[in-house]
Design a protein around this ligand. Structure first.
Ligand code: ADP
Length: 711
């Protein structure tokens, strides 16, 4: 449906097809009108010709009918005047024989001599009365005195009387009536009347006296020879179209009494009846019928005229006609040929018009397709067209216009590209500036944080250094006095040995704390230890693990090393070892809070060409998210029995002094990862400080630390 609509809309939207439609529709209408008119005219003309012919045929049949009557008239008159009658007059037997011979010779159905008054009839037994009804012709012969009188005419006679007088053969006259389509309704079942061509003339002797009447006649019922003769005369060879059939019929009233019209079983259609409309026209109105008529079982071109009897009454009809079908077929063939010719002409005209239209419209269609392609963004041209008329000029102008447009478009595109490049450049510059600004802001933020941290740590360092100094003095005094006390109590020393050991142990613990505090405070000094050197992190890690494995490792803990680091870092190995020990110790403590089998992975990696790192990952208890921000604060501890909360803060200070940082990630219940990030040796900010001329005290030596505090 959609397809059909598409084709239809394409047809109506195309200029070519619309103009073709405008040109061809009137042509087609004209062709149809011509065919219809020609068909009508041909039909009318043909039927007029057919009717004229059948009318002529009827005339010929009529003339034949009349001539047969005239011939009979002449023959009877001649016989009535012949000498034989007079010579045999005295010998009735011979006379009867002579009459019979004449009847046979002239093929009459009957020929009889009547007495001069018409009352008696001459037979084998002499003059005998008869019961035949008198004809008006007999009256005429009698009334004319001695002149021949009488005449010839058609008469309908009752059959029984004639049969009883032995004048007609019974089987010839009566026959059944056959139901016929279109005939007027009738309740008669058989035709028992006879139609005669009856002739009567007076016989005059040599004295001029009428001595008898000679009467003869021809029965038309079943007289096939009669109708066949007329048919052969009217419809001779070549007078009809092939396949047609010429027929002649004599009707008594409306019944076919002799005919050559075939019935459906190919016998003569005797006893069939004429159609009602013909009967009404011919018998009732007395008019001729020249038209088509349904004869027995088919349509015939027919002509009927009434048969008038001696009483001047319409007693039957004479018919001549021929089968319509072959003529109709010929007519249809002629119309079909005409239609085919007109159709072929139309087709030829359509083809010629379409071919002609193609050459006219092709340039226009090319123009249209170029317009469509241009609208769709494609670059095409109409190109050279055959026509040199206005359309050709239009196509050339259109191509020129498209060329101009193309040039303009290119210019616009170039301008747009230029503009876009500039915008791109500006955007990149802006982005770079924005990035620089962001970097600056980040740096500023980091610097501020570092400053804040530095300030905070400096303050804390100062405080812790003071506190350590103040605590160290009393511990030294306590230890000194403990020595005096031990020597004073002498042998009683054993009784309080436990208390003395506890005091000394706690004093050393205090000194350890103060030592770490000093370390922490010293970490605020940004100077790198003079013993810093280029170190391979995998070596550093392996050495440290080897050092601590006896302290930490048992069956419930595994330490694994993974070394991918290829670059060296500039670090103080001892300090960095202390950091690692701190991290491993914290990991072990976190693992101990769980019941899992402990796993610690220490990995070294190159982060990039500027930074390397050591990752310490455990599967311990993990860290509360709220604790992570405070991990590196001094004294922050989760409350372990021996925890000081200084391990991470001191480690952070050490790493920071090396120009690095410590990152933490942790999942509560799953474990933590501490990442010590260090600059690679080549880009370390403290390379210069690695000079041997720089002097700084080692931070692990407790005595040195104490002496520093004392100073
Ligand atoms: P201390 O170990 O003496 O408490 P630290 O500064 O070394 O002090 O550690 C501070 C706190 O950080 C610890 O008390 C502990 O709660 C937490 N911590 C450090 N490392 C880990 C770790 N690997 N897993 C879980 N918690 C840790």
């Amino acid at each position: 449906m959609a397809q059909a609509y598409h084709i239809q809309s394409r047809w109506f939207s195309s200029l070519r097809y619309r103009l073709l439609t405008l040109a061809l529709v009137p042509l087609l209408l004209l062709a149809v009108t011509v065919v219809v008119f020609a068909a009508q005219w041909t039909t009318n003309f043909t039927y007029e010709q057919l009717f004229t012919k059948v009318n002529t045929d009827l005339r010929v049949a009529h003339d034949s009918f009349q001539r047969i009557q005239s011939e009979q008239e002449e023959t009877i008159l001649t016989l009535a005047s012949s000498k034989e009658i007079v010579s045999y007059w005295q010998n009735p037997t011979e006379l009867v024989k002579w009459v019979d011979v004449q009847r046979e010779l002239n093929e009459y159905n009957y020929l009889i001599l009547l007495s001069q008054d018409g009352e008696q009839r001459l037979g084998q037994g002499g003059w005998l009365p008869h019961t035949m009804h008198a004809s008006p012709l007999t009256q005429s012969a009698l009334s004319n005195g001695v002149t021949p009188g009488g005449g010839t005419g058609i008469e309908i006679v009752p059959v029984e009387v004639w049969l009883s007088n032995g004048l007609l053969e019974p089987g010839k006259v009566v026959f059944p009536l056959i139901d016929t389509p279109r005939a007027a309704p009738s309740d008669r079942s058989a035709e028992d009347r006879a139609m005669l061509i009856r002739s009567v003339h007076a016989v005059i002797d040599e004295n001029g006296d009428r001595i008898a009447l000679l009467e003869g006649g021809r029965l038309l019922n079943r007289d096939f020879d009669f109708v066949d003769r007329i048919r052969d005369l009217v419809y001779g060879p070549g007078s009809l179209a092939p396949g047609s059939l010429g027929t002649v019929t004599v009707f008594l009233d409306d019944v076919r009494i002799t005919t050559n019209v075939p019935s459906s079983d190919a016998t003569r259609a005797l006893g069939t009846r004429v159609s009602e409309e013909v009967r009404n026209t011919v018998l009732q109105l007395g008019e001729q019928w020249i038209d088509r008529a349904f004869v027995v079982n088919d349509w015939y071109i027919s002509a009927y005229e009434p048969i008038i009897d001696v009483n001047d009454e319409r007693v039957g009809m004479l018919y001549a006609g021929y089968l319509e079908k072959p003529f109709r077929q010929e007519l249809f063939n002629a119309i079909a040929v005409l239609s085919a010719l007109v159709l072929a002409g139309c087709l030829f005209a359509i083809c010629a018009a379409m071919l002609g239209a193609r050459s006219i419209f092709r340039p226009i269609e090319r123009l249209t397709s170029v317009v469509r392609a241009t609208a769709a963004g494609k670059s095409t041209r109409v190109g050279a067209v055959e026509s040199v008329d206005e359309i050709g000029e239009l196509a050339a102008q259109f191509d020129g216009m498209l060329d101009t447009l193309e040039v303009q478009r290119r210019k616009i595109e170039q301008g747009a590209q230029l503009l876009e490049d500039k915008v791109q450049l500006r955007t990149t510059e802006l982005r770079q500036q924005n990035q620089r600004l962001t970097d600056s802001l980040t740096l500023l933020k980091q610097t501020r944080q570092q400053l804040e941290t530095a300030e905070r740590l400096a303050a804390l360092g100062e405080l812790t250094a003071g506190v350590a100094h103040e605590i160290n003095n009393p511990t030294a005094v306590i230890l000194g006095n403990m020595d005096i006390l031990i020597s004073e109590i002498g042998e009683d020393r054993e009784d309080v040995a436990t208390e003395i050991d506890l005091i000394i142990q706690q004093v050393y613990r205090i000194r350890s704390i103060t030592h770490r505090l000093v370390q922490y405070s010293r970490s605020e000094n940004d100077q790198l230890s003079p013993s810093a050197q280029t170190v391979s992190l995998p070596d550093l890690v392996s050495n440290t693990v080897r050092l601590i494995q006896h302290d930490f490792l048992d069956d419930s803990l595994v330490i694994t090393e993974q070394h991918d680091c290829t670059q060296d870092a500039l670090v103080d190995p001892d300090e960095m070892q202390q950091v690692l020990v701190n991290l491993v110790r914290n990991a072990v403590e976190a693992i101990n809070q769980t019941s899992v089998k402990g796993r610690i992975v220490i990995a070294t990696k190159d982060l990039d060409d500027k930074e390397v790192c050591i990752e310490v990952t455990d599967n311990g208890a993990g860290i509360e998210p709220t604790h992570i921000a405070r991990l590196f604060d001094p004294f922050f501890t989760s409350g372990k029995e021996l925890g000081t909360g200084l391990g991470l803060s001191v480690s952070f200070g050490i790493v920071r002094r090396h120009g690095g940082r410590i990152d933490v990630t942790s999942t509560l219940g799953a474990g933590s990862t501490f990442t010590v990030v260090l600059p690679v040796a080549a880009s370390a900010p403290y390379v210069a400080s690695n000079s041997p001329s720089v002097k700084a005290a080692p931070i692990f030596d407790t005595e040195d630390v104490l002496s520093e505090f004392k100073r």
